[in-house]
Every structure is written in structure tokens, then in C-alpha cells.
Design a protein around this ligand. Structure first.
Ligand SMILES: *[C@@H]1O[C@H](CO)[C@@H](O)[C@H](O)[C@H]1NC(C)=O
Length: 513
């Protein structure tokens, strides 16, 4: 791998100039990791684009980052089928594409004049007398190595530069909070377009662990067999993936007992699904990680040296400081159970200090309170601290609602509603202010499991009873709607904002009839 990295670094020098931004839009393959590391080695900047993005999303990201080139594949192979990738990439921009064939050595697309096949690209390194040697570019610690994009729940994606410090933070976090060590086999299905991509690369390779890469969909038995056969010792997941594995029973008959630790990130996890996952390897611990692309890491996490609880975080990550703020922006005392928005301490090892297409200070600092002389950094999550000091994410600050004067969060209501009937796959809770004014109304949207039929009136009664019993006797459910699926961001985050808008329009229409 080192030899191939040096070869690619030489080829980069033949094709691009120092400091150029060069994008990667392809699955997380061995070639993708080699290209990623070679770009950093050669003192260029990686632009991370997820391989699931449509042409217009690719275009926006190439434009914002001023990318001079893009590494991609002709096709993506998923479950035996081929999906076009090169055609999406060239629709997104005119910069030079370097195209890797998905199967064997031969490309199955015709390239534009300015583009190069992987083979042609590598052959440009041959003009250097020692193409297998390379002296790395030395840069200052604040030089940019990678431009990543936030998932863009609020419209335009934010372009976030990672410096030379971010990799150190990634590796330090995984070492301290997931016990990643030399000899471990680390596997986390993701893509270089998400923060977890570079985090996985650095978390494994910088400590001498092996990075296990599966070239296919992580949804089925094939992935599980790979985890078994590769001897994975640390397996990272996202909750919806675990839910699929459990519901489809596709992982039965596999031996995952080499796994020392599980990890989970990306969304709120389900305690029953976590228990099932943990049981795959003699009930090994599962570490939750919650972070941000702009932080280069997780701010709340689990730890192998503390008792863990499913669906909860046991500590702030190493070097992270934060307070939980009440409605007036005043921090709760540290030893007290509470719910509020998190305020991060501003000195945060490895976090970004600028945005390429937005005002960093306005996004992360403006309007945040001062604590002990420090202007706190915004993240936007609502956090609950339980008795005993565990932390639970309650959703985004913009997903809180006010029901009858009581502040509550969508996630808290959904946790209860998810379990009231066996027909329910998932629920989403949003609140609406009636057009005629008055208190906010609680609306619950439901996706049913396949082959189940249920009336919304019956579910409404069940939801009301469960919420009143478990959360607050004063809460009333205003409206229930069954839908086929929920809108999600590309990184699988539930778009409650979109649901709220749809329900608002629908209820307005009904009131006119
Ligand atoms: C699972 O694999 C381990 C070795 O990794 C082996 O010791 C164990 O016996 C296997 N368990 C079963 C049920 O096959």
C-alpha cells in the first residue's frame, strides 16, 4: 500500500500542482484509501464527495472547493448490479476525471478528452526516475488536508476544511474511547464523503490497526460473512443498519465472536437493536459516538474503562469540555440531571476554524453565551444528563417542541411511540402551531412494518395513552398520519423540518374543506 501511495503521489505531481484541491467520489475501496493518503502525502487537498450524491450535488461541491480534478469509477457495483457513477460525475462538472474501472482493468465507458483512465494516470508517474519513492510535503499544522461537507439539513452544504491536526484528533479519540490498538481489525461501512470515512482511515492506520474494507452493500449476509472471515475486532455501525440486520435476520449462522467492541454513530440508537447487536459477540460493549464533521471527532462518547448503557454516552471525549444550557443560556450544575442545548468549550483540538462558504463565527459562535470568560461553541444538539451522569441525545435544538408550556423533544416522544404496537416500524413527532393560533399541536407520523394494516385512530389512542403514562399526563396527540416512508438527508438523518412543512400544508388544506 505504501508503494502504491508513493506511485500515486508521483502521478499527482505529474498531473496537478501543489495545493490543488482534488476530489474523490467513489466507494470506500482500497484504491480510494490509497488515493486519499497520496493526495495528503503530496501536499494537495482532498475534496470528499459521497458516492451516493446526484449530479447537481456533485456540481455544488466541486464548485465550492474549486477542485482541479476528481477520482471516480465508471460504475458502482451493488448486489450484483451496476450503477453509473462516471456519467453522474461529468454531469456535475468539467474538471479532469481520473476513472478507475469497477471490474478488472477495462473501463466500460468512453472518457472525455480531458479525462484519464487509472492506468494512464499511473503511467504518468513513470517519467520520474524513482516512481516508487516519494518525499512527503511538509506543511504547517494549520494547513488544509481535506475539505468535507456537512450533510446540509438546512439547504446549502457547508464546506469544512480539516487541517493536519484533524487526523491526530481522529486517531486519539478512537484510541482512547474505542481502544483501537495495533493488531485490531477495524471495520466501519461508510464513504470518504462522510466524516466517518477519513475518521476510519486515520483511526486504524495511525495506531497500526488494519482497516477492513468491504466492496459491496453492508445490508446483507455477504457483509456479515466478511466481518467473520476478516476477523473484525472492532465493528462500527449506524442504527438503521443494525435495525435492518436484526429485522431481516440476515446475520444468522455467523460467528462474530472475534469482535471486542461495537460502535455506533449517526443517529439515535434503539436499545433493543443495540442489545441484539451486542449479543452477536457474547454481549460485548457498544460505544456510542456523537460528533460533528466540523469537530473532526466526537464530543460525547463511550469508554472501555466505564460501565456502558445502551443508547447512552458515558463521557465527554478526551480534551472536550462542555456545559448543558438551560432556556436562558445559563449552565446547569455539573452534578445535576438536566436537559438542554450543549455549549462546547471553544478550544477544541482538531476542530475546524473556518468555513469556505459561510461565516464560521456566525454559524458556530454568534449568540452563544459566555462561560468562565469563554465564548461557547454551538453544536445544536439537545442533551439530557441522567442520574449517574450518562448522556443521551434528545435531537436537534430545532426539533424541540412546546406542548402546553412544557418543553419536550421529538426524540423523547418517538422513543415511546415506537413501542406501542407491533405493527410500527418507526415514528416521527412534530409539533404545529394551528393557523388560528393557540397551543402547539402534537402530530405523529408513522411508518408501518411490511404487511401490517392499522387505523390511525387506533394508533392515536395508543400513542396518547403511552405518552400520558410515560411522559406527561397533560400531553395530547392532535393528529396521526400513516405514511410509506420518511424524508431523510443523504446521511440518513430524519428531516422533521420537511415533515412539519408537509403536515402544516395538509392540515391547512383540510381546514378549508
Ligand atoms: C467462533 O469462532 C471462534 C474463533 O474465532 C471459535 O473459537 C469458536 O469456537 C467459534 N464458535 C462457534 C460456535 O463456532
Amino acid at each position: 500500500m505504501g508503494i502504491l501511495c508513493r506511485l500515486v503521489a508521483n502521478a499527482l505531481d505529474a498531473t496537478f500542482s501543489k495545493g490543488d484541491a482534488v476530489a474523490i467520489d467513489m466507494p470506500l475501496t482500497v484504491d480510494a484509501v490509497v488515493i486519499y493518503l497520496a493526495i495528503v502525502l503530496a501536499g494537495l487537498v482532498v475534496v470528499s464527495i459521497a458516492d451516493s450524491f446526484a449530479a447537481n450535488e456533485v456540481a455544488v461541491r466541486l464548485l465550492i472547493s474549486k477542485a482541479k480534478g476528481i477520482f471516480t469509477q465508471d460504475f458502482i457495483l451493488r448486489g450484483g448490479k451496476k450503477y453509473p457513477l462516471y456519467s453522474r460525475v461529468i454531469e456535475g462538472g468539467s474538471c479532469k476525471a481520473i476513472v478507475i474501472p469497477v471490474t478488472g482493468n477495462r473501463l466500460e465507458v468512453d472518457l472525455r478528452e480531458q479525462d484519464l483512465s487509472w492506468e494512464e494516470f499511473l503511467s504518468t508517474a513513470k517519467e520520474f526516475p524513482r516512481s516508487n519513492c516519494y518525499s512527503p510535503m511538509y506543511h504547517s499544522i494549520d494547513a488544509v488536508t481535506n475539505i468535507l461537507f456537512s450533510s446540509g439539513t438546512t439547504g446549502k452544504p457547508k464546506a469544512i476544511p480539516w487541517t493536519q491536526l484533524s487526523p491526530i484528533r481522529c486517531a486519539a479519540d478512537s484510541w482512547a474511547h474505542m481502544d483501537v490498538q495495533a493488531g485490531d481489525v477495524f471495520c466501519w461501512p461508510t464513504n470518504l464523503g462522510w466524516a466517518m470515512g477519513p475518521v476510519s482511515v486515520y483511526s486504524s492506520l495511525l495506531v497500526g490497526a488494519t482497516l477492513a474494507l468491504y466492496h459491496g452493500s453492508p445490508l446483507g449476509h455477504g457483509f456479515g460473512k466478511f466481518v467473520q472471515d476478516a476477523g473484525v475486532t472492532i465493528l462500527g455501525t449506524i442504527p438503521s443498519l443494525v435495525k435492518t440486520w436484526k429485522d431481516t435476520r440476515c446475520m444468522e449462522g455467523l460467528n462474530w465472536t472475534k469482535i471486542r467492541y461495537f460502535a455506533s454513530t449517526g443517529e439515535t440508537s434503539n436499545v433493543d437493536d443495540d442489545l441484539w447487536l451486542s449479543s452477536r459477540s457474547y454481549y460485548k460493549p457498544l460505544f456510542e459516538c456523537c460528533g460533528g464533521t466540523e469537530l473532526g471527532s466526537s464530543f460525547i462518547v463511550g469508554s472501555p474503562v466505564q460501565p456502558q448503557a445502551f443508547g447512552a454516552f458515558s463521557t465527554a471525549s478526551m480534551t472536550t469540555g462542555f456545559v448543558i444550557l438551560d432556556e436562558h443560556g445559563i449552565p446547569f450544575p455539573e452534578d445535576q440531571p438536566c436537559i438542554g442545548e450543549i455549549g462546547l468549550f471553544p478550544i477544541y483540538l482538531g476542530a475546524s476554524n473556518e468555513l469556505l462558504n459561510a461565516d464560521h463565527d456566525e454559524v458556530y459562535f454568534k449568540g452563544m453565551p459566555i462561560y468562565n470568560g469563554m465564548q461557547l461553541r454551538r453544536h445544536g444538539d439537545i442533551i439530557r444528563r441522567t442520574v449517574g451522569g450518562y448522556l443521551i441525545v434528545q435531537g436537534r435544538a430545532d426539533d424541540t417542541m412546546n406542548l402546553g408550556g412544557i418543553k419536550t423533544s421529538s426524540v423523547e416522544i418517538e422513543r415511546i411511540c415506537d413501542h406501542v404496537d407491533e405493527s410500527i416500524l418507526e415514528t416521527a413527532a412534530v409539533s404545529l402551531s394551528p393557523i388560528e393560533g393557540g397551543p402547539e399541536q402534537l402530530v405523529i407520523l408513522v411508518v408501518l412494518k411490511k404487511q401490517y394494516v392499522k387505523s390511525s385512530q387506533e394508533l392515536k389512542d395508543k400513542f396518547s395513552k403511552a405518552i400520558q403514562r410515560n411522559l406527561n399526563p397533560l400531553f395530547k396527540v392532535g393528529f396521526v398520519k400513516i405514511v410509506p416512508s420518511f424524508p431523510r438527508t443523504a446521511s440518513n438523518k430524519l428531516l422533521r423540518r420537511v415533515l412539519r412543512k408537509q403536515m402544516k400544508d395538509e392540515l391547512a388544506l383540510r381546514s378549508q374543506l
